[in-house]
Design a binder for this molecule. Structure first.
Ligand code: BES
Ligand code: MN
Ligand code: ZN
Length: 499
């Protein structure tokens, strides 16, 4: 897809489809206001507003064909919601909604008028992100796949002094969104098409394309490294596990800090011997979303080239029951020597991440962020709309949350403190892998904390948010790629953050 910007008068733009945003300024009664100061277009909107056909309600759509006095073949008035709530986050969604609405009408190119009051480069980046992520489809395996892709979009902007800055922002937006889409396309893959071996190959292919260093290891290396926790999960599966190390090491970057990004890559989570109920088990193909998140993030980092070292570890395996599988009650030893009593083999994510976190530190990571579809409990706590954020370092987490505000990804700080540790004390080992029913997302985070030592660390529990249960106007039902944009933004700003 090509995305360009053009400082033009909207009504003079020749296009298949001109998208104009309409906000609602009214408190009780809708008072629609066009977010484009163009006389010809306002004239066209006036009767629609008078008839209450156009209210500005969020993602409302009103079409005009062959509009008079306008060069475009069609106009789409797209409701932008309340005017005083409108910001970059809404623009990103609306750009996505514009792309999806165009697709539904088999229109492959369109122009979108950006509101004048937004800062142009930031608005252009967000619009580009929205359009590219909105263009993503989930029907990969359908024989009647439509393959209706947007080929071209033009952002109508205010004249700016620095045109190059706008161009760069759009290019960055496209890279970020393509990377988020890569994450989504991986999460979408079923377990039989995306085994641990294939997931590792996909990571390697991305690294080769973008110039990252990539190492892929099997169980021999994992035994050598004494990754007993990770191996205890892998041992039940016919599929070989894979440990992936991706490195971005710009020559000019200082030796420290090194950002470590660790992803849970369970390509299918049956629960193992503590097998899950059949209902909904098919969804556990997206239990590798954490690893997919890091693949997408590393891609964008490789292309956007921030001056900071980043190293990423993916812990890829299946969680399956078999005669070789770990039994509840078994004890495993993680890489740092800690003994773990495995109470429930379905709490496998924390086991693979335990070794992943230790290894990231061994490889020199000074700051750690992991992403994982770790617990059903985080879905109980935060539902489908907020990623759970856990940390052992307030400043580090605060800085990260600033990134989430810029990217519009909703995340919510959750507490961790030593009181919860009692729940994961074992009678026979150093720690056990489940903490009972209450505060399950927190006790899972407490478990991970045992493996980060003194390093600043953030844990993102994306179990409720990595898969959209309901389609939105800007995004279809399915994998969301949540946290990719925030991790990219954070990495790009990491050099400026006081440590
Ligand atoms: N992969 C699941 C968590 C999950 C749940 C992801 C729902 C996405 C949607 C994880 O491995 C798991 O099974 N967790 C257990 C832990 C329990 C046994 C302590 C859970 O949350 O039920
Ligand atoms: Mn599980
Ligand atoms: Zn899992």
């Amino acid at each position: 897809m090509k995305i360009a910007s053009s400082p033009s008068v909207p009504s003079t733009v020749e296009t298949e489809l001109l998208v104009v945003l309409v906000a609602d300024t009214g408190d009780k009664t809708p008072a629609p206001e066009l977010l484009a100061s163009d006389r010809a277009i306002q004239t066209l909107a006036a009767p629609l507003i008078a008839a209450s056909d156009l209210t500005g309600k969020f993602v409302e759509t009103v079409w005009l064909l062959s509009p008079a006095g306008v060069a475009a073949k069609r106009i789409l008035f797209l409701g932008a919601g309340k005017r005083d709530k409108f910001c970059i986050t809404e623009l990103r969604k609306l750009a996505g909604a514009a792309a999806r609405t165009a697709k539904s009408k088999k229109i492959k190119s369109f122009a979108l008028v950006l509101p004048e009051f937004l800062e142009v480069p930031a608005a252009a980046q967000a619009a580009a992100e929205g359009i590219v992520t909105g263009d993503f489809d989930v029907d990969t395996y359908r024989s009647d796949r439509k393959d209706q892709q947007i080929t071209e979009a033009t952002l109508i902007i205010q004249p700016v002094a620095d045109a190059k800055a706008v161009e760069n922002s759009i290019a960055a937006g496209v890279i970020i969104a393509d990377s988020q889409n890569l994450t989504r396309s991986l999460a979408l893959e079923p377990g039989n098409f995306l085994t641990p071996t294939i997931l590792a190959e996909r990571a390697r292919a991305m690294c080769e394309e973008t110039g990252l260093t990539c190492e892929v290891y099997g169980s021999d290396k994992m035994k050598e490294l004494k990754m007993g926790a990770f191996l205890s999960v892998a041992q039940g599966s016919e599929e070989e596990p894979r440990l992936v190390v991706m490195r971005y090491e710009p020559a000019t970057a200082p030796a420290s800090p090194v950002l470590g990004l660790i992803g849970k890559g369970i390509t299918f989570d049956s629960g193992g011997i503590s097998i899950k109920p059949g209902d909904g088990m098919e969804k556990m193909k997206y239990d590798m979303s954490g690893a997919a998140t890091m693949i997408g993030t590393m891609r964008a980092i490789a292309l956007l080239k921030p001056n900071v070292r980043v190293i990423s570890i993916l812990c890829c395996t299946e969680n399956m029951p078999s005669g070789k599988a770990t039994r509840p009650g078994d004890v495993a030893h993680a890489m740092n020597g800690k003994s773990i009593e495995i109470i429930n083999t379905d709490a496998e994510g924390r086991l693979v991440l335990a070794d992943g976190l230790c290894y990231a530190r061994q490889l020199g990571a000074t700051h750690l962020i992991d992403a994982a579809t770790l617990t059903g409990a985080v879905v109980i706590a935060l539902g489908y709309y907020n990623v759970g954020v856990f940390t052992n370092n307030d400043e580090f987490a605060e800085e990260f949350l600033i990134s989430t505000e810029r990217t519009g990804e909703k995340m919510w700080r959750m507490p961790i403190d030593q009181d919860y540790f009692d729940q994961i004390r074992s009678d026979i080992a150093d720690i056990k892998n489940t903490g009972g029913r209450w505060g399950g997302a927190i006790t899972a985070a407490m478990f991970l904390k045992e493996f980060v030592e003194d390093k600043p660390w953030i844990h993102l529990d994306i179990a409720g948010t990595a898969w959209l249960e309901e389609g939105k106007a800007w995004m279809p039902k399915g994998p969301s790629g949540v946290s990719v944009r925030s991790l990219i933004d954070f990495a790009r700003n990491f050099t400026n953050i006081p440590k």
